[in-house]
Design a protein around this ligand. Structure first.
Ligand code: PLP
Length: 366
């Protein structure tokens, strides 16, 4: 099976697998316990915290391990909503958008390129200067890969609503794009293990200096009272190992492969649309529309031919495979295909995927 669905979940990196196994090998123990084995597991957890913090240039005490991106996003939004109005972009993942909408939050539109409309954000911030509590804009979109202007967003918030917290969902961008937590005005960053080569079911919230969020999960005093529940030391170690293993060289290579794939598609499909290509994009993503080729049918045909990809359609949200991103960008057509590459993608895989996709398009059009 050729796999170009890394934005959904990317394979475990060998370094992460080893780190996970090393902690399991210590034997069963709760890292909050007092005995020697518990202390060893605790040491592994704290080492993971230090390593992850080191990747982001923050103090280890600012890293809180969670169960994944969804929990971290929910936590930020709910904590913000408990203090005031939540502003969130129209292209947020449901892990942000659903709780934000439920809290009566205000959606900020994006431009046709898929990048947050800064003028619209400024207007809403001015109108809500006294009650805005949280601005949540993802670091990069999960479908187009469009990188959002976080420094500009943080500067606007600082000027207009200095008490408002800036949260970013860094689930797709982390390790691929620099994210400056703290210094640049980003107060809270959500991360997920399985998008960077760590396991599913582990994530983190990284807090800027002086930022505290009202806990989402109540119970024991784990994670310095910020997140109740027994910490997953093996998962945290694997998440940190995956983050440390990621290199600029990986992404330069992947960027070359993504560009090669896109160039090949453009050469074969004259009317190909690449959504979000006017914006700065993650090197891993390409989100394409092919006129007269329904995205859901193309996904099924590719799957039968041995290529795993995913679809987002421009039909109303809630439908299978629907893409809020396309709708927010004002795109029309019969939907889009997301091809997403990752650290393990090879040249051969990309070239074979291109052949399959072109063949599928010819057949579906014919
Ligand atoms: N945020 C974004 C941008 C995502 O792409 C995803 C997963 O697809 C999530 C949040 C949810 O992360 P998790 O699967 O770790 O809950």
């Amino acid at each position: 099976m050729l796999y170009l669905d890394h934005a959904a979940s990317t394979p475990l990196r060998p370094e992460a697998r080893t780190a996970f196994a090393d902690v399991l090998a210590l034997g069963p123990a709760n890292p909050t316990g007092a005995h020697a084995r518990a202390q060893a597991v605790r040491a592994a957890l704290e080492l993971a915290r230090e390593r992850l913090a080191g990747c982001l240039g923050v103090l280890p005490g600012r890293v809180v391990f969670t169960s994944g991106g969804t929990e971290s996003d929910n936590w930020a939004v709910r904590a913000g909503a408990s203090r005031g109005v939540v502003l969130y972009s129209a292209i947020e993942h449901p892990a942000v958008a659903v709780p934000a909408r439920a809290s009566g939050g205000i959606e900020i539109p994006v431009c046709r390129s898929g990048v947050v409309d800064l003028d619209a954000l400024e207007a809403v911030l001015r109108a809500h200067a006294s009650d805005a509590a949280l601005v949540s804009v993802m670091a990069a979109n999960n479908e187009t890969g469009a990188v959002q202007p976080l420094p500009e967003i943080a500067a606007l918030v600082r000027d207009i609503c200095p008490d408002c917290l800036v949260h970013t969902d860094g689930v797709q961008a982390f390790t691929k794009e620099p994210i400056d937590v703290g210094g640049s005005g980003i107060g809270a960053l959500s991360l997920s293990g399985h998008k960077i080569g760590g396991p599913v079911g582990i994530g983190a919230m990284v807090l800027g200096q002086e930022v505290e969020l009202e806990p989402l999960l109540l119970g024991g005093g784990q994670e310095r009272g910020r997140r109740a529940g027994t910490p997953d030391a093996a998962g945290a170690s694997a998440l940190a190992a995956a983050a440390v293993a990621s290199t600029h060289e990986d992404w330069a290579r992947v960027g070359f492969l993504r560009d090669r794939l896109e160039a090949g598609l453009r050469a074969e499909i004259d009317d190909l649309v690449v959504y979000g290509c006017e914006a700065p994009r993650l090197v891993t993503h390409t989100f394409i529309g092919i006129p007269q080729v329904p995205a859901d049918m193309a996904v099924i045909a590719c799957d039968r031919a041995g290529l795993a990809i995913s679809a987002g359609s421009s039909c109303s949200s809630g439908a299978q495979g629907a893409s809020g991103t396309l709708a927010a960008m004002g795109a029309d057509g019969s939907g889009a295909l997301r091809l997403s590459l990752g650290w393990s993608t090879s040249l051969d895989e990309v070239d074979r995927a291109l052949d399959i996709l072109v063949d599928v398009v010819v057949k579906l059009r014919g």
